[in-house]
Design a protein around this ligand. Sequence first.
Ligand code: MN
Length: 396
Amino acid sequence: MSGEYRCGDDAVQVWILHYQGERWKWRGGLERWKVGKGSGWLPNSRILAIPGMSMKSAWNSPAGSGYRGEANQATGHRVWLQRMYDVIGDIHGCAEELAELLERLGYVQQSGVFRHPSRKVIFCGDFIDRGPQIRDVLNICRDMCQQQSALAVMGNHEWNALAYHTADPLQQGEYLRRHTEHNNRQIAQTITQLSSAELQQALDWFRTLPVSLELPELRVVHACWDPVDLQKLQLAGVELGWMSDQYLQQAARSGTQLFDSIERVLKGPEMRFPDGITLTDREGMVRRKGRIRWFDGPEGLSFADYMFPGLAIPEFVSAVVPDDVRPCPYGADERPLFFGHYWLRDRVPAPIRGNLACLDYSVARDGLLTAYRYQGCGPLVASDFVTVPRRSAVPV
Ligand SMILES: [Mn+2]
């Protein structure tokens, strides 16, 4: 067979079926193909992605039933592409662990950039702050993105860094994110470890990051997938310029709609604690509200169970979820969604549901750097998580 096929730079897996009787059958051998090589086969076929379709359902689907994927009349082969992704959670300056994780996932450094012949990484954001090797993390991740070996979304720490370094035009000498003791402490490692040129380079890169990725196969966001807020953020980007100073000025100002949207998408919705209860978080901040299981409705759950992660202190176990929580339940029939941000502490990661997984297992606090090796079909399963435990001590 001869012919040529090109599909941009995406890493994909090619499945080849052939028509036998009334059904398409797998031709045997899952063929992995590095796209861009122009392999010479499949004359006259078009190769299309079939989002959300498992191989099993494709095998069993009658020929000509309207699935995207096209028969090659000449050879009787039907072929499609499934892009293959490894989604990686919050990294927070843990470069040693990141390099080890990439190696365990089969990525190899070529000309200084981690690559895989048939897969791509998607980073869930929160590259900086906390850990000891922020420069190396930025170099690894940015290089991979620039060489089309990875995609990335912005985390709240990248957003905070941008706002922290952008002057507030309404208040002389102030910044969009105030230089309070807490905010200074949060970004201290990034500022200490990077030279001012490196910091500027990092900020330039952050401005290019989207807040969400919607691919045919899956979705990725740092904290909360709210389609309404995501759309508002997109529209503002068209109007003001994505992450332009103007965009930052609006979205970093409390009280604006854009502020609410960015907070919700990058930090996740929260609920007030019952009557005057306060908790001190791991960074020493006194909190009056906490993160919720926004992907579920609160029906039938106690306050303790509706926290995410759950928090079974007696005051919460006996309390009810306030009326004004605003979840955005994620449907069981939606494509898989991956997010980070939630500092889960379990030592063995698992999906929340078959189409929902949080990949932040607190690597910067002696937890696990966590990836999900997405196989392109079927419900998410615990055995497709890959983790690397924390190696070195945290500087602060
Ligand atoms: Mn975060």
